[in-house]
Design a binder for this molecule. Structure first.
Ligand code: ZN
Length: 336
C-alpha cells in the first residue's frame, strides 16, 4: 500500500483486508483466494492487479491451475505472450505451501462460485455473501464483531444467574424502552456493567470503613444484597408489589433476582411499565443508601408521582398522550 494514500482510502482498504481475510488450510480455501490485491501474492513487495488477466477470468488462485497443473503449461488461445509472462510472475509469487497443496491435488479445483462473472463474496458468519448483495450495515457488523469484547460484567452475571441463558441484546435495551430519563438509563447502565459503588467496592478502595450494608449493617453490601436480599429492601419490594398489583399491574409475588437486577424479559402488555417501576424502585433504594435513610414505600410513591407528572408534561408537549396513557393506564387514577 502506498504510504501517502489518503487516510479515508487507507482505512477502506484496511477494513476490506480485515473482512476479506480467509483461512488457507485446505485446497478449497487456497483455490478460492483472490489473486488481486492479496497481501500473500506480491511482486517486488507489492500486491498486484492486472486488469487484462482479470477480464479474462483469472481472478482466484485456482484459476491458475487445472486438474493437471498450472494452466500456463498448456495455455488457451485467449492468453497473449504478455498474459503468460504475467501469469508466470504470479505463479512464482504464490506462497510455496499453497502451490504444493494445489500440485498434489489431482481433482479439478473446487470454486466457491461458478457464475460466469465470478462475483466477489465476503464471509458473513458461516456463509459467503455476494458483495453486491451485502448491505453496508452487515459489513459494519462484521467489523464490530471482530473488535468487540464481551463486557466482564456480562460474564459475571452469566455466571451468577447460570443456568439461565440471558438475552443480553434485549436486556441492554430495556432501560431505553421503559424510561425517557437519562439518569435512570445511566443508572441501569452502571448496574449492567457492575460499576455501582456498593460498600463492598468502596471498602476495597478505602472510601468507607465497612463493607456492610448501609441499611441492615449485617451483611456485606453486594449489588444483590443491596437491591434484592436486604430485609429492609425486601420489605420495600413486597409493599411496592402489593401496591402495583392492587392497581392491576401484576407482578409475580416472588419477583426474582433476574427481574430486579436485569429487568423483566417476558413481553406482556405491561412489561414496559413493569420495567420502569422496577428501575424506579432500584433508583429509590440507591438514593436512600446515598442519603443514609431507610427506603420507605411512602417516599417511593412521592417519587413515582413526580416521574408520572413529568412524563405527562413531556407527552403533552410532544403530542404523545396516547402512548403515555397506554403505558400508565393502570396507575393513572392512583398517580394523578
Ligand atoms: Zn442489608
Amino acid at each position: 500500500m502506498k504510504k501517502d494514500i489518503p487516510i479515508f482510502y487507507r482505512e477502506c482498504l484496511e477494513a476490506w483486508c480485515e473482512i476479506n481475510e480467509q483461512s488457507t488450510e485446505t485446497v478449497y480455501d487456497i483455490a478460492n483466494q483472490y489473486i488481486w490485491n492479496n497481501k500473500f501474492i506480491c511482486i517486488d513487495k507489492k500486491s498486484i492487479f492486472y486488469g487484462t488477466l482479470f477480464n479474462k477470468g483469472i481472478i482466484r488462485v485456482g484459476h491458475l491451475f487445472d486438474g493437471s497443473g498450472p494452466i500456463i503449461s498448456k495455455p488457451a488461445l485467449q492468453f497473449s505472450p504478455l498474459d503468460l509472462f504475467q501469469m508466470k510472475g504470479i505463479l512464482d509469487s504464490v506462497p510455496s505451501e499453497w502451490k504444493l497443496k494445489l500440485k498434489h491435488y489431482t481433482g479439478s479445483v473446487p470454486f466457491l462460485l461458478t457464475t460466469p462473472d465470478d462475483q466477489i463474496c465476503l464471509p458473513l458468519k458461516d456463509k459467503k455473501i455476494i458483495l453486491s448483495k451485502m448491505p453496508s450495515y452487515s459489513m459494519y457488523n462484521i467489523l464490530l464483531s471482530r473488535k468487540s469484547i464481551v463486557p466482564t460484567a456480562q460474564t459475571f452475571f452469566n455466571d451468577h444467574f447460570a443456568p439461565h441463558l440471558l438475552e443480553w441484546n434485549k436486556i441492554y435495551l430495556i432501560p431505553f424502552k421503559c424510561s425517557i430519563e437519562s439518569k435512570l438509563r445511566e443508572f441501569q447502565f452502571k448496574i449492567l456493567h457492575n460499576i455501582i459503588f456498593t460498600n463492598t467496592k468502596l471498602f476495597k478502595i478505602g472510601k468507607v470503613d465497612s463493607p456492610l450494608c448501609s441499611f441492615c449493617n449485617c451483611t456485606e453490601e453486594t449489588i444483590f444484597h443491596l437491591f434484592v436480599h436486604c430485609p429492609f429492601v425486601q420489605n420495600l419490594w413486597s409493599e411496592c408489589i402489593q401496591f402495583f398489583n392492587h392497581a392491576g399491574v401484576f407482578f409475580e409475588s416472588d419477583i426474582t433476582e433476574i427481574d430486579i437486577i436485569l429487568g423483566v424479559l417476558d413481553y406482556t402488555d405491561d412489561s414496559i411499565l413493569m420495567n420502569h417501576l422496577i428501575l424506579l424502585v432500584k433508583y429509590h433504594i440507591f438514593s436512600c443508601k446515598l442519603k443514609d435513610r431507610l427506603p420507605y414505600k411512602s417516599d417511593f410513591v412521592v417519587r413515582l408521582k413526580t416521574v408520572y407528572r413529568s412524563e405527562l408534561c413531556i407527552a403533552r408537549e410532544k403530542d404523545k398522550l396516547n402512548y403515555h396513557f397506554k403505558k400508565w393506564n393502570k396507575l393513572v387514577q392512583i398517580l394523578s
